[in-house]
Write a protein that binds this ligand. Structure first.
Ligand SMILES: Nc1ncnc2c1ncn2[C@@H]1O[C@H](COP(=O)(O)OP(=O)(O)O)[C@@H](O)[C@H]1O
Ligand SMILES: [Mg+2]
Length: 235
């Protein structure tokens, strides 16, 4: 088993947000995590990454228990994270930001170079000596994805990577997600655009009430109007 999340609970103060999230990723697939706004998708990623300490449950990556460990330790064990907030060091250049993301990576993880990143996003190469804080939102999003990849993850958690991007850039990011997967990285993708998610994912999880309500293939979810109405579509 590559990744296994079992009965994960998390709170913000007294608010109980995750009520036992469980799912597995047997091999390096693309798994889409869908749900309405506020259903707990971002909180799931944060609790997995150690950005928020889970109050119960387990997160295992290749038999290593990660729940309750620091964000730094989790990243070093091979879980990469592209948070919804674009996280760049505004006063460092693009290239310096890329170097900040580098980790040696665990055994068996695909390896990435700065040149790989420039091949994905030529715009970043053009702007390699520019301060990251002066770049557009879309460029900062590309930079955030690249920084996480340079940590050489086994599995990458990506939170709404196409949010606010122009359609052309959405296509580029979609291709990059596919290529990352082709090169052997598992991807857990939170994505608002269901059409994009269904296009790239091998599996779909649907969250509601702080737990996984559906786990199946893109074809299964297409066939389940009841699930989509109850947990996905805005009434
Ligand atoms: N920092 C926070 N403090 C308190 N409540 C939060 C915080 N972040 C999110 N929440 C609440 O947790 C619930 C789940 O949010 P979130 O995981 O961000 O949902 P999603 O990513 O699916 O839209 C929501 O009710 C939201 O209001
Ligand atoms: Mg979110």
């Amino acid at each position: 088993m590559l990744l296994s999340v079992d009965n994960l609970h998390a709170h913000y103060g007294k608010s109980h947000i995750l009520h036992g999230v469980s799912f597995t990723m047997a091999e390096a697939d693309i798994v889409a995590l869908l749900g309405r706004n506020g259903s707990g998708r971002s909180t799931t990623l944060k609790a997995m990454m150690g950005w928020l300490e889970p109050t119960a449950g387990s997160v295992r990556l290749k038999d290593k228990e990660l729940a309750g460990r620091s964000a730094h330790a989790v990243a070093r064990q091979g879980l990469g994270y592209v948070p919804e907030e674009r996280l760049v060091f505004p006063n460092l250049t693009v290239e310096e930001n890329l170097h900040m993301g580098m980790l040696s990576g665990v055994d068996g993880a695909p390896r990435w170079s700065v040149d790989d990143m420039y091949a994905y996003f030529p715009r970043l190469r053009e702007r390699r000596n520019q301060k990251a804080g002066t770049m557009s939102g879309g460029e900062q999003q590309m930079l955030t994805i690249c920084r996480s990849l340079l940590g050489n993850p086994l599995v990458l958690l990506v939170d709404e990577p196409t949010e606010g991007l122009a359609p052309k850039i959405v296509d580029v990011v979609t291709d990059v997600v596919r290529d990352i997967h082709r090169r052997g990285v598992g991807v857990l993708l939170v994505e608002q655009k269901m059409s994009m998610a269904l296009k790239v994912a091998q599996r779909v999880l649907v969250m509601g009430h702080g737990a996984i309500q559906f786990d199946g293939s893109p074809q299964d979810i297409q066939a389940r109007g009841d699930i989509r109405r109850e947990w996905l579509e805005v009434a």
